[in-house]
Ligand binder design. Sequence first.
Ligand SMILES: Nc1ncnc2c1ncn2[C@@H]1O[C@H](COP(=O)(O)OP(=O)(O)O)[C@@H](O)[C@H]1O
Ligand SMILES: O=C(O)C1=C[C@@H](OP(=O)(O)O)[C@@H](O)[C@H](O)C1
Ligand SMILES: [Mg+2]
Length: 172
Amino acid sequence: MPVVVTGLMGAGKSTVARLLAQALDRPMRDSDADLESRYGETAAAMAADVGADELHAREALVLRDALASGAVPVIAAAASTVDDPESRAALGSAFVVFLDGPPDVLAERMRSSPHRPHFKPDLAEMLTEQRARRLPHFQEVADLTVDTSAHTPEEIAAAVLERLAVTPGAGG
Ligand SMILES: Nc1ncnc2c1ncn2[C@@H]1O[C@H](COP(=O)(O)OP(=O)(O)O)[C@@H](O)[C@H]1O
Ligand SMILES: O=C(O)C1=C[C@@H](OP(=O)(O)O)[C@@H](O)[C@H](O)C1
Ligand SMILES: [Mg+2]
C-alpha cells in the first residue's frame, strides 16, 4: 500500500518521504513538486494568485492522483489535505505517518524554503492555530505518530520502516 507522510508545514514530510522512498525503492511523490509541475507555480505563489481555498482544493486533487498512481509511491502530502473529508477517506487505503512537533520548532524549519505560504506574519502563531484545528484529523488518519522535534529524519525513517515490516499489507 502507499505510504503517506503528513504533518504541518516544516514537519519534515519531504525529507522523511525521500528517505523512505530510497529505502523502500519506491517512487516518491511530493505535493509541492506535483503542484508546481501541474500548475506552474509554487504553493506560496498560488495562495497569493488564486487564494487559499483554491490552493487547498488543488492539493487535495494532487494527493488523490498520487494515491491512484499504479506505482505504490511514498507520498509527502500537503498539510492542508487532512481538512478534506474525501482525502481523509482516501487515506484509509494507505499507511499514514503523522509528523507532529511544537509550532515554534516547525516555524523555524519553515524558513528553509520560500515555497510555503505564510498565511500570517507570525508563523508560530499560524502553526499553533493550524495544529489546534487539524490535530483530531491527523490523529484520525495516522497509523504512526512521531515527534519530529525529538528525532533526526533518519531515526524517523527507521521507525517507520520497522512498523511497515510488521504491518500486514504495507509491503515494507
Ligand atoms: N527531524 C528533523 N530534525 C531536524 N530538522 C529537520 C527534520 N526534518 C526536517 N528537517 C529540516 O526542516 C526543514 C523542513 O523540512 P521539510 O522536509 O521540507 O518539511 P515539510 O515538507 O514538512 O514542509 C528542512 O530544512 C529539513 O532539513
Ligand atoms: O497548511 C497549509 O494550509 C498549507 C501547507 C503547505 O503544504 P506543505 O506542508 O506540504 O508544504 C502549503 O504548500 C499549502 O499550500 C498550504
Ligand atoms: Mg515539503
